[in-house]
Design a protein around this ligand. Structure first.
Ligand code: HEC
Length: 114
């Protein structure tokens, strides 16, 4: 008898928890999804360049740290690729102009850009 009464309370507790989380998700879920956190400059770099220059270091591509290139040179390099074709052009479809501009902030911190 004591045991079965205990189980009933468990059922109410479980039901309450379900309703509570359900209502919480319904209220907060859409709001949370509507505003995804914008990428930081470092995250943009990792997405667009990190595969070959992880954190600016050498991998598939050379280290780009302390290159101190101009903004014009860097932008040209990204949009046209290297003349020998080893680094391919990165199009606006893969890296939008606003994202490129934002990413330059990261390139400055590793002195790839002066
Ligand atoms: C698919 C691999 C790959 C990706 C992705 C890539 N790179 Fe490169 N990158 C290379 C290679 C390989 C070279 C060397 C090319 C050469 O030999 O001239 C290079 C060269 C460079 C250089 C020239 C360094 C110098 O000595 O002048 C810079 C700067 C650079 N990359 C920046 C970037 C940036 C910024 C991005 C992202 C927007 C990026 N790369 C994405 C492979 C890549």
């Amino acid at each position: 008898m004591k045991n079965s009464r205990g189980r009933w309370w468990l059922c109410f507790a479980a039901l309450g928890a379900l309703i509570f989380t359900g209502v919480g998700t319904a209220l907060l879920g859409p709001a949370a999804q509507a505003q995804p956190a914008p990428e930081t400059p470092a995250q943009i770099f990792t997405r667009a360049c990190g595969r070959c220059h992880p954190n600016g270091d050498e991998d598939v591509g050379p280290s780009i740290k302390n290159k101190r290139l101009t903004k014009a040179r860097i932008t040209q390099l990204i949009r046209r690729g290297t003349s020998n074709g080893r680094m391919k052009a990165i199009t606006p479809a893969k890296l939008s102009n606003p994202d490129l501009t934002k990413m330059l902030g990261f390139l400055r911190t590793i002195r790839a850009m002066r």
